[in-house]
Design a binder for this molecule. Structure first.
Ligand code: FPP
Length: 244
């Protein structure tokens, strides 16, 4: 892994926590589902903007492993929205040369959703434009524990020597294998926490928190977050050029 300290260049990988759909709807006296529906439109805007800005990887938190604890009607609405998004938008994203990867636990998901996920990845795997990483039924601690279990099995069977375990090797057991760490993480709705998202991958990520609720996310919001990121100095634990 090569990491270079200094003033930031355009981010290669942007991760987003799309938060505030419910509050956006409440503020308008609408059901939460209306916020999620509008959230899908904001997602389309974000994907298009990322592609046009030359961002190579965009990771979005679409459904966390903790979201199952919401009322059943909301969970089933979100799952239907995912089905709809995949059926409706993947053909267009494919035409736009977008590669789609879906990370998160597949075990226990409805078989039709697993089939949609597999089809989507297969269909778009040779695309060379933006890589859209969709975190679905994703939780970072679970991902890390699963990687540890697989690594332990690899050691037990003699395929991996304990001395060869490095952060890079461990990272290759995660679902984000082959994807560079996020440079910038944007969370909407003013909340300032990571909520079990990409805990390992965000070791040196710059965080930008914006006040807009997710349904109001626009190209300008993305541009502002990137401008803020570009003004930051990334040190990766080292010193800046001036203080060295
Ligand atoms: C957070 O708002 C948003 C979610 C839990 C779901 C995110 C999903 C979308 C934006 C659309 C779905 C996209 C796909 C691909 C399925 P919240 O409900 O936590 O809002 P609140 O914090 O205001 O209650």
């Amino acid at each position: 892994m090569t990491i270079t300290a200094g003033r930031s260049a355009m981010p290669q990988h942007v991760a987003i926590i799309m938060d505030g759909n419910g509050r956006w709807a409440n503020a308008r006296g609408l059901p939460r589902s209306a916020g999620h529906r509008k959230g899908v439109e904001a997602l389309r805007t974000a994907v298009r903007a990322a592609g046009e800005m030359g961002i190579e990887y965009l990771t979005i938190f679409s459904f966390s492993s903790e979201n199952w604890s919401r009322p059943p009607a909301e969970v089933s609405f979100l799952l239907d929205l995912m089905r709809h998004f995949v059926r409706q938008d993947v053909a267009e994203l494919h035409r736009e040369n977008v590669r789609i990867r879906i990370i998160g636990e597949r075990q226990g998901l409805a078989p039709d959703i697993v089939a949609l996920i597999e089809e989507t990845e297969l269909r778009t795997q040779a695309n060379t434009g933006l890589t859209l990483v969709v975190a679905f039924n994703y939780g970072s601690r679970h991902e890390i524990a699963t990687a540890a279990r697989e690594l332990a099995l690899a050691v037990k069977s003699g395929r991996v020597a304990p001395d060869s375990i490095t952060p890079e090797l461990f990272g290759s057991f995660l679902s984000t294998e082959g994807i560079p760490d996020p440079d910038l993480l944007i969370r909407t709705s003013g909340e300032q926490r990571l909520s079990n998202y990409l805990l390992w991958q965000c070791a040196y990520t710059e965080f930008v928190f914006v006040d807009e609720f997710w349904p109001d996310f626009s190209r300008e919001t993305m541009q502002r977050a990137i401008t803020e990121y570009l003004a930051r100095e990334r040190r990766f634990g080292g010193l800046t050029a001036q203080s060295a």
